[in-house]
Write a protein that binds this ligand. Structure first.
Ligand code: THU
Length: 137
């Protein structure tokens, strides 16, 4: 799957965002090493704290189905009801949660507004000097 195709699937996932409080809709599409895609959107909550980001929805869906090996994730976001106009980088919590399952030297994070506008980063670039499972296991 190309970066552009994965970004398109993130845009599709974004259409399902439940974000009535922030009106900021986010979509993510996570590709496993064996070629499966898990999509996620942000899901907000009236109590605010239980809100979950699109990236973690995608990752938790995958992990809950026994997936452990991931290649890349595409993330898109912006004001709900409008096409994204700028990159929507993952929050710090999502970077750390991705770090639990993804190799910082290899896992790629794709940001963009459309498939004509994709910017790729390695996890280690967005979360340098990270703390991960090898410190404990
Ligand atoms: N959000 C995400 O879905 N992913 C991120 O990495 C950053 C923030 C969501 C959470 C909330 O629903 C909205 O964007 C505004 O913070």
């Amino acid at each position: 799957m190309t970066d552009e195709e994965l970004l398109d699937l993130a845009l599709e996932a974004r259409d399902h965002s439940y974000s009535p409080y922030s009106n900021f809709a986010v979509g993510a599409a996570l590709l496993t090493k064996d070629g499966k895609v898990y999509q996620g959107c942000n899901i907000e909550n009236a109590a605010f704290g239980p809100t979950i980001c699109a990236e973690r929805v995608a990752l938790f869906k995958a992990v809950s189905e026994d997936q452990r090996d991931f290649e890349k994730i595409a993330i898109v976001g912006g004001p709900a009801g409008k096409a994204p106009t700028e990159d929507a980088p993952p929050c710090g919590v999502c970077r750390q949660v991705l770090r639990e399952f993804c190799n910082p030297d290899e896992f790629r994070i794709l940001l963009g507004t459309s498939k004509e506008d994709v910017h790729a980063y390695l996890l280690k670039e967005l979360l340098p000097e990270s703390f991960g499972p090898s410190y404990l296991l």
